[in-house]
Ligand binder design. Sequence first.
Ligand code: HAM
Length: 411
Amino acid sequence: MPSEIDIWQKIEKTCREIFELFNYREIRPPIFESTDLFSRSIGKETDIVSKEMYTFHDRSNRSLTLRPEATAPVVRAIIEDNLLQQNQQLKLYYQGPMFRYERQQAGRYRQFHQIGVEIFGSNNPLVDAEIIYMASKIFNKLNLNDLVININSVGDKNCRPNYINELKRYFEKNQRQVCHDCTKRLETNPLRILDCKNPTCQNVVKLAPKLKDSLCNECKMHFNRVISSLSKLNVNYQINDQLVRGLDYYTRTTFEVVSNQLGAQNAVCGGGRYDDLVEELGGKSTPATGFAIGLERVVEVMQKMSLQRGEDQGVKEIDLFIAAMGEEAQMIGFELLTKIREKGLTADQDYLGKSLKAQMKAADHLAAKYVYIIGEEELVKKTAILRNMKTAEQKEVAFDKLSEELHGLAN
Ligand code: HAM
């Protein structure tokens, strides 16, 4: 909505500026893809694939899905276009709508928007640190300083299977104490039990074997390098060994940025490393890392913060409003507006033929800094009153001096 759009644009602009600083280039993947792409990458047993996809058949009976996220589409696109051969290290960013058939609630929508980054080619832990640092820079620049970065390692294909077996054994012993969903998860996706929000499950999880104790040496070293590099960059983080994320493609580092201004859906950004995905989708083995920011949730936090600071929301000042009475005055106003806009000032007039009083009201509503009032008399004198709306000072300014006068005032 127009009243919110300034915040959206500010977030988008800030992200773009920071991505450019870190040498990312934009990619625009399609809105829908072959269904198979998502089930192979996100994982058949995840909530996203098993319950939340907008899937339909096209006229040739192909199964297509509105993208629930963009990592898999980006990977597909770069494999198809052979981008990995040309660039050893490829840094991409994207933004746009995603679709998940979720139970709607605050912060959880069926069409929502993400801005995300993906970096391909390096398994260096500095890459993980760099993207987490970049996410924190974005939030700092947006003045969102009370966010918390949760970080964890989910291991890799060498150490995770052992952990999952250990976890299964533990939960099988405690099966009666976990919720119905978690009993199912035990068969399909036991790691997800770790971040079940149900309080009784949480109690069982507290005593469950810890992922960090099962990591192989390589994963442990990788994780330690990530967190020590973050500390060097003065990025505050919290290790959260229950953070497993809702997509199956992650290896090693996973992270989420959460806000205490939001309800249950408090993650404003999520991501991590996914070293096996490119190969699983048919490309050559290529390590990768990335994250996505959920725009609706960031907008909500920013709106709350600006309310707390007592700022006006959705009010956008314009430099000049011309209140013109009658057709001829409107025409003069029309010409003046052109000159004023050429000077880079924002200006508008009323085309509805309203009364002077109504036009002054409109100027107020638009938060115009100045109003120039042209009536029949002014047409003869070729000069009119310029009113400063904040101080209520008025002065006469000739038509041909208006753009100069305003330019001076605006500078
Ligand atoms: P994700 O955690 O599923 O990760 O989504 C990232 C962010 O999108 C979440 O933290 C949240 O802010 C927002 N989000 C997710 N679902 C919804 C929803 N239904 N309504 C509103 N906002 C939502 C991914 O999508 C991964 N592709 C991120 C990534 C990129 N990992 C590596 N590269």
